[in-house]
Write a protein that binds this ligand. Sequence first.
Ligand SMILES: Cc1cc2nc3c(=O)[nH]c(=O)nc-3n(C[C@H](O)[C@H](O)[C@H](O)COP(=O)(O)OP(=O)(O)OC[C@H]3O[C@@H](n4cnc5c(N)ncnc54)[C@H](O)[C@@H]3O)c2cc1C
Length: 365
Amino acid sequence: MKNYDVVIVGAGTAGLMLARELGKLKHKTLILDRKSNLLEFSFNTLGSFMKIEDFGLSENVIAQKIDTAVMHSKSFKHYIKGNTFILDKKLVHEELLNALDDEYITIQLNTLIKKINKNTDGKYTSIEDSKGNSFEAKIFVDASGTSGVISKEEGLREKNVELGPGVEYNVQYLGKPNEAHLFFGKEFKGGYGWIFPLKNQRAIIGFGTVNQNMFKNLKNTLNEIIESPRVKKLVVKDNNLVEGGSLPITPVLTKFVKENLVCVGDSVSQVNPIVGEGYKFIFEAAIMASKAISKSLHTGSLDGLFDYEKVWEKRFLANYERSKIAQQRMVKLTNSDFLSDLAMLILLKLRPNHKNVNSLSGEYQ
Ligand SMILES: Cc1cc2nc3c(=O)[nH]c(=O)nc-3n(C[C@H](O)[C@H](O)[C@H](O)COP(=O)(O)OP(=O)(O)OC[C@H]3O[C@@H](n4cnc5c(N)ncnc54)[C@H](O)[C@@H]3O)c2cc1C
């Protein structure tokens, strides 16, 4: 049994960024994942307003550079000018994996974590996998995404969290390569649609919703959307391979630390509520968590861990609360063509471009 400073459950977006940072800070870390291949995903591209250099990523991870977001309601279009990226998820994760310092970071795959154990003082002592193996460390991290295998048992997230699913196809693209598209209106039934251009005249078309009544019909709804005139001009569906996944829909959470347990990413709902952008926000949270963990390991006091919550609140709380309100409004708004047309006129066309870019990137301040 090795003496680990930190054991992380989940080698996804949050877990890998956290492990990379802990490696830089020279903390012995074990990262466990149920998967056998960390580069296989249920969907493969993502849109992000992040500055990739801020997170030590190279331009190789970019699938397409975007300079315009075209917003579509039933009757109007509005062009928002701003630089953003479509990223190749596999390449992002590959770069994170390659950046792990193997002197400090160990990865173990095919390990399904089931529970965390604690002593009579409430301090966590080990986590256990489905085969009964246990893993000990000074600090434990739940980065298990929407499954929140530890966060929900330990009361840091509701047990039965609502999920907002999204479905996508990789399709032929007839539009401009530097223009991404977002669609609102009645046919999106309480959700919204997106087209993210890729290279070689391909694109991802997707549909996501938080409307719980829609969950059974996602694929059929996306098929109908692709047939609608405004979308048909932009894409040709030439395969039936559906990709997708789910986001957690919860109130804004602010408790990420309990004793020597730290939670990062979708295990505590850190995806931005309105834009559904997880990567930039979760990368930032993981970096904050790594600093707090390092402080706690150096001082030997768990108090240092709470720096993570304080720094997160200062950077994100007001922003997430506004995003949450906007998310609830959007469900109503996009259920109606009249309201989404009105919102286009009032909210988008009359506001200065930089304010629209801020809203679209989930940065409200
Ligand atoms: C359809 C869809 C589209 C999206 N589009 C975008 C986008 O365009 N831009 C953007 O920035 N974000 C997007 N997101 C959000 C983003 O993908 C997530 O917020 C982010 O990946 C969450 O990171 P995470 O590390 O918390 O979870 P994940 O990346 O899901 O990682 C969790 C890891 O934990 C492992 N795991 C889970 N349970 C266990 C267990 N019990 N034992 C061991 N291992 C376990 C899993 O195998 C996984 O590797 C999208 C999400 C969805 C669903």
